[in-house]
Design a protein around this ligand. Structure first.
Ligand SMILES: [Zn+2]
Length: 284
């Protein structure tokens, strides 16, 4: 087992235990991570259908997020216009392909990879989007793309360095890597400490700050072009599921959970994104 920091290789110390997993903090760069087996077994176990359908991760039914996620993809399509022309995209962790669909609607042509076969099949059959079932850390291809996207994905890799190395190979020189992830360095994360909702191992295994993300990306041959906070929305059904799941462990939480039922499932709720960041890198 490897207790060294995946970014700077320094030693780490245990910070606290969450859901039975010890969150480790790097002694040097303060990156946080958990110890997991460095193997595809981890990915297959975590991303079973329960992840997308029974509320474990906050998703009661991932496919109900279709419109919101497609709109999220479109927003990134608009953002990218400031930095690059449209071309080909490879989307990592595509789930049912909704974000990819949004990017396509903004002129990108692409395909993706997703470990959960139910999700990948949905993309292929319902959306006619080429999403391959597979694990990115094992992905091999000679094809090259103008853009690689990792929306809410980088924190989940069992081998994050390998994932960035593969992204580097998949990109043409000067191609763009877009990452959106949770910001461990954000004010909400620091204020909430161990109660921050993104401390949700074992699906999340790395908790990045923008600095840590940049350090790792530079080591893997990328330079930062821009970063910011995403404009994100979730639907009422997802919001209720997220809150209920978190409330269940609190005294009186179930009562509060019942009150939430007055929120319509399809209501679009702005999600406070000050604990998320997006960052664009250029492949060197
Ligand atoms: Zn470190």
């Amino acid at each position: 087992m490897n207790l060294k920091c995946p970014i700077c290789k320094s030693a780490s110390h245990p910070e606290f235990v969450k859901h039975g997993h010890t969150i480790l903090t790097c002694d040097s760069c303060h990156h946080q991570f958990i110890e997991i087996p460095q193997s595809p077994e981890h990915t297959n176990q975590v991303y079973d259908d329960g992840y997308f359908f029974d509320g474990q991760s906050g998703y009661l039914d991932y496919t109900k997020e279709a419109d919101l996620l497609t709109a999220h993809g479109e927003r990134y399509g608009n953002l990218l216009q400031k930095y690059t022309q449209t071309g080909t995209v490879f989307d990592v962790g595509s789930a049912a392909g909704f974000i990819l669909k949004g990017l396509q609607q903004k002129g990108w042509n692409g395909k993706g990879i997703e470990p959960n076969d139910t999700m990948a099949s949905y993309a292929r059959q319902k959306l006619q989007i080429d999403v391959e079932t597979g694990i990115f850390e094992q992905y091999e291809s000679k094809e090259q793309f103008d853009l690689v996207t990792m929306i809410q994905v980088i924190a989940h890799f069992y081998d994050v360095r390998k994932a960035l190395e593969i992204a580097h190979k998949l990109l043409r020189k000067d191609g763009i890597l877009l990452i959106e992830t949770w910001d461990r360095g954000s004010l909400p994360a620091r204020l909430l400490g161990s109660n921050w909702h993104e401390y949700s191992p074992p699906s999340v295994v790395n908790w990045f700050s923008l600095d840590g993300m940049n350090t790792l990306a530079q080591q893997c041959g990328f330079e930062e072009i821009a970063h910011g906070r995403p404009d994100k929305r979730i639907n009422g059904l997802h919001a209720k599921s997220l809150v209920k799941y978190k409330l269940e462990t609190m005294a009186g939480g179930r009562m509060l959970g019942k009150l939430l039922n007055v929120i319509p499932d399809n209501l679009q709720i702005p999600y406070p994104s000050f604990d998320l960041f997006w960052v664009l890198y250029r492949r060197k």
